[in-house]
Design a protein around this ligand. Structure first.
Ligand code: IFM
Length: 481
């Protein structure tokens, strides 16, 4: 890792010590080509094609058309000076039914993509699962079923054998919290189920899938990749009497339900106690925890905002404040619903309604480094949606996004100065894309996508980010044109 030794001039111009400055994409959010080259349907195809599930009836059928435009998108990344690209692989392009026959066209697509990245000097950082479960596996019960973890292990073997000679970093899962709790509890994400016990079974089978996939990738990768998983941590503030109890409960469900088994080899006792009325956790079999607790080289950290919780007073309307509301109806918090409530945050907010709190990122990184002192960290997502406007002449002066990124990178830098072993930073996202339950209504990109023409336009934040990648210091705001 490149270490900073220079003087810090001011907060906007610090020598940055990340080895990797990069951009990230989720497959269903950008690829499009939903029915091409043998790709099988995923739960997000089914969900987004179901009326009322996604704003405006949007789907990922075309998205950013990255499947066809990947070469020019890679050229754009090279022009911006990105040294890594975090992308997700669509399970149902590789194994259209989730199991069974391998679809060579799907494997070839990602193989060409990886070669294209390497040819441009960009490190491939590949995520195996970004929420798009092959539909036949959901038809057989989905993540609440152990068989889904079995199928994931085989999928990991296939991609490990096909790409493991060239991948720089493997990431097993992106944000399993969302897959489990939003998919099977709250229901605002595919497959849209409202079954609290199933959500907790999904937590365990996702954890198991992670451990099994690390083993499978290690066994099949012939290069020297690093191994990781990405979690979306909840940075919690408590309010009112019982604030500590409210924080403890949500921390257990949101954070320690994953870090416990993955990094400590055990589910936290308080999590098991809090959820005893929902499930007996009998789906955890002997030997599972040892499989889950595989050593990883880097822990991926996704951070956008904080959340404030208090004990439910029996009167206030429960606010799910999970940032992914969609068409919901269940609970994202099995065992703590109507015990804890999420309360309004202080402004300013992004277009997602998420509060802007860079200090929370510093606090999170320091806290993780204290809890897991030997574990290097990587910010695998950070960014903001804002309602961008296109100026006459076509420029996008997204000063609010530049400000957000500057503040969060500066906060990350403060964490490094406090001793955190932070290996890199990925902005979310390179391109505007399909924002799940919000469809195309929310724009996170540092590059604008016109969803009628699919034309890409680098926003001011993209130019600013390019200056960051080129100078390795946090630049002053940029206004272009
Ligand atoms: O767009 C998502 C991404 O797919 C996962 N993390 C959060 C982002 C913003 O909501």
């Amino acid at each position: 890792m490149f270490k900073a030794v220079g003087l810090y001039n001011n907060v906007w111009s610090v020598i940055i010590v990340f080895t990797v400055i990069q951009a990230a994409f989720g497959t269903y959010q950008v690829e499009g080509a939903a029915d091409e080259d043998g790709r099988g349907p995923s739960i997000w195809d089914t969900f987004s094609r179901t009326p009322g599930k996604v704003w405006n009836g949007d789907t990922g059928d075309v998205a950013c058309d990255h499947y066809h435009r990947w070469e020019s998108d890679l050229d754009l990344m090279a022009e911006l000076g990105l040294d890594a690209y975090r992308f997700s692989i669509a399970w149902s392009r590789i194994l259209p039914t989730g199991t069974g026959e391998i679809n060579r066209a799907g494997v070839d697509f990602y193989s060409r993509l990886v070669d294209g990245l390497l040819a441009r000097g960009i490190r491939p950082v590949a995520t195996l699962y970004h929420w798009d479960l092959p539909q036949p596996l959901e038809d057989a019960g989905g993540w609440p079923e152990r068989a889904t973890a079995d199928a994931f292990e085989r999928y990991a073997e296939v991609v490990g054998a096909a790409l493991g000679d060239r991948i720089h970093t493997w990431t097993t899962l992106n944000e399993p919290w969302c897959s489990a709790y939003l998919g099977y509890g709250q229901g605002g994400h595919a497959p849209g189920r409202h079954e609290p016990a199933a959500a907790l079974a999904a937590v365990h089978h996702l954890n198991l899938a992670h451990g099994r996939a690390i083993q499978a990738l290690r066994a099949t990768s012939t290069g020297a990749p690093e191994y990781s998983v990405t979690l979306n941590f909840h940075v919690l503030r408590g309010r009112g009497a019982g604030a500590d109890e409210a924080v403890r409960r949500i921390d257990a469900l949101a954070n320690r339900a994953f870090t416990g088994p993955m990094l400590r080899g055990a589910y936290p006792d308080d999590l098991l106690a809090d959820t005893a009325g929902v499930t007996d956790w009998a789906f955890v079999r002997e030997g599972d925890l040892a499989v889950i607790a595989q050593p990883i080289d880097v822990l991926g950290v996704n951070y956008y905002s904080t959340a404030t919780v208090s004990l439910w007073d029996g009167v206030a309307e429960q606010q799910q404040n999970d940032g992914h509301k969609g068409a919901a109806g269940g609970t994202a918090w099995p065992g703590s619903d109507r015990i804890v409530e999420f309360v309004a945050q202080d402004p300013p907010f992004t277009d997602m309604g998420w509060n802007i709190a860079p200090d929370g990122l510093e606090e999170l990184l320091v806290s993780l480094s204290e809890q897991f002192p030997q574990q290097p960290l990587m910010i695998t997502e950070n960014g903001a949606a804002f309602p961008d406007e296109v100026a006459p002449g076509g420029a996008v002066h997204d000063a609010a996004r530049v400000d957000y990124l500057q503040r969060h990178l500066t906060a990350a830098h403060r964490a490094i100065a406090r001793g955190v072993d932070l290996r890199g930073y990925f902005v979310w996202s390179l391109l505007d894309n399909f924002e799940w339950g919000y469809g195309y209504a929310k724009r996170f990109g540092v590059v604008r996508v016109d969803f009628d023409t699919l034309e890409r336009t680098v926003k001011d934040s993209g130019h600013w980010y390019a200056a960051l990648t080129q100078t390795r210091s946090i630049p002053a705001p940029t206004r272009v044109g």
